[in-house]
Design a protein around this ligand. Structure first.
Ligand SMILES: NC(=O)c1ccc[n+]([C@@H]2O[C@H](COP(=O)([O-])OP(=O)(O)OC[C@H]3O[C@@H](n4cnc5c(N)ncnc54)[C@H](O)[C@@H]3O)[C@@H](O)[C@H]2O)c1
Length: 463
């Protein structure tokens, strides 16, 4: 057991510094490993050497993403596009009066002083703006899920390939130091043979259920509602649809596209999987009956086929917006010898390998045999199995967690800008992003059409 523990620990390490890990090799009871990123010293960039960014969609995540991008050395924020004037005004107040503002993203794409755009609009605009931006010579950071419909995925991949621009998809946890460590643990074989993944993203609040605040000055004057609709069906001016777009299939992708996509991105990153081949799901609107046309509870079963990276396994995913426990996010990667139990930027390895010898005694048929047969059975059993063969090994749990204040979004943006400057590969290119999004969109198809959906994750096509 000591040897296998040492071997397991040796297989860790690499890119991250394992704070407090030193104690672990000497102390069998040490259980928590704090992870902190190893970063190269920041370079200084001159005024002519900045990556100039513009944000398209300055809503909630537009702020988070822009602020995070600006933490990376050598970035400059030059322009912003949004369809509600209050957000353009607030961006100027926050980021400086020289910020160029517009309601028309094409003006941003036409600017020579913009190198990269952050696309933070509602889902139904992602693929169109991403393709136009790359064709206009801009690098793209596009929020998940990149596509609103499965048919849009290959077009984005093709535009990136054709233009050679850098495109990173924004499911940031794939850059998390904890996910990198979980990947190493998975690849070390510690949990034995993978057979199942159980992932949940449960919430219990009105904000969590997407009932975001609507500004009292929302009007056809202060907002460009028609532009927001884009190719979606024409409807009369409705600020609720605009500010709570996730609640409508015409603009959002439901709980799968909003939240499953994070769970699946993490899963694909850790296991190296390309995706499931069969998706079956059920959804219901249980509580938030505010006019939305998407469920607030969704469960899906996805069948992942065996590949050279992993054996066949089942993934069971669930989102519940009415979780009276208060809600939680977790992903359990379950193997024959143990599991990786992931929160967000933390995970615990729990191990309970099966002994070599089969169970005998206790709730077993042995005692129902005659005394003579029991003796004969045990004689053969004792001859076959040593004491060690029968032992249930008690292995300590090990928790890994990113140090306090760690932000995976920052590492995701560092990776994006390193790719622009140094040609490093992005963690989440359009194919990765689409392969994570497609099973989510297939979940919606399964829910609404009440059928099993077949998906070809290699060629990224419905099958
Ligand atoms: N990676 C993450 O952790 C994460 C978290 C939250 C949201 N997101 C994603 O970010 C996106 C935005 O979510 P949000 O919560 O910020 O929404 P939001 O409603 O707060 O903001 C969206 C903004 O996009 C603008 N917009 C819509 N269409 C536009 C267009 N054609 N041109 C210019 N602006 C347009 C709207 O005016 C709005 O201000 C979604 O796709 C969501 O899935 C990602």
């Amino acid at each position: 057991m000591k040897n296998s523990r040492r071997k397991f620990l040796q297989s860790l390490g690499g890119g991250s510094a394992l704070v407090a890990a030193g104690a672990l090799s000497h102390n069998a009871h040490a259980k928590v490993i704090e992870l902190s990123p190893e970063r190269e010293p920041e370079k200084k960039y001159g005024a002519n050497d900045k990556v100039r960014i513009a944000t398209i969609g300055m809503g909630i995540i537009g702020h988070y993403d822009t602020e995070t991008a600006l933490k990376v050395a050598g970035t400059e924020f030059v322009a912003v596009c949004d369809l509600y004037d209050g957000r353009l005004e607030q961006a100027k107040t926050k980021f400086g009066k020289n910020l160029v503002t517009t309601r028309d993203y094409r003006e941003i794409l036409a600017r020579k002083d913009v190198d990269a755009v952050l696309i933070c609009t509602s889902d139904h605009w992602h693929s169109q703006i991403a393709i136009e931006a790359m064709n206009a010579g801009k690098h793209v950071y596009c929020e998940k899920p990149v596509v609103h419909k499965i048919e849009q995925g290959l077009g984005v991949i093709e535009a990136q390939r054709k233009t050679g621009k850098v495109m990173q998809v924004g499911s940031q946890r794939t850059s998390s130091i904890a996910m990198l460590e979980a990947k190493k643990v998975y690849e070390s074989g510690t949990i034995g043979q993978l057979n199942m993944v159980v992932a949940t993203y449960n919430r219990h609040s009105s904000g969590g259920a997407w009932q975001y605040s609507i500004p009292p000055d929302a009007s056809p004057k202060t907002m460009d509602f028609d532009r927001f609709l884009g190719n979606a069906p024409k409807v009369a001016f409705d600020p609720t649809r605009f500010f709570r777009w996730r609640n409508y299939q015409d603009y959002g992708t439901g709980v799968p596209g909003d939240l499953f996509v994070h769970l699946i991105s993490g899963l694909h990153f850790i296991t190296g999987s390309l995706g499931p081949t069969r998706i079956m799901a059920s959804g219901q609107l249980a509580y938030w009956k505010d006019g939305r046309d998407v469920p607030d509870i969704v469960s899906a079963i996805m069948e992942y086929p065996a590949t050279d990276k992993h054996p066949a396994f089942q993934a069971v995913l669930q989102v519940n917006f009415v979780d009276g426990s208060g809600g939680q996010t977790k992903t359990q990667i379950i193997g024959s010898d143990g599991i990786i139990d992931i929160g967000w930027d933390d995970f615990t390895v729990k191990r309970s390998p099966l002994p070599k010898a089969p169970d005998v005694g206790g709730y077993d048929s042995l005692f129902t045999f005659t005394e003579a047969t029991q003796k004969e059975f045990m004689k053969a059993y004792d001859a076959k199995y040593s004491k060690a063969d029968r032992e249930w090994k008690k292995l300590d749990d090990i928790t890994y967690r990113a140090k306090e204040g760690y932000d995976d979004r920052e590492d995701h943006f560092r990776n994006f800008f390193a790719s622009i400057r140094e040609g490093k590969p992005v963690v989440q290119d359009p194919a990765f992003g689409f392969r994570a999004a497609a099973p989510c969109l297939a979940t919606n198809v399964s829910v609404f059409e009440k059928r099993i959906v077949n998906w070809d994750p290699v060629n990224m096509k419905m099958s």
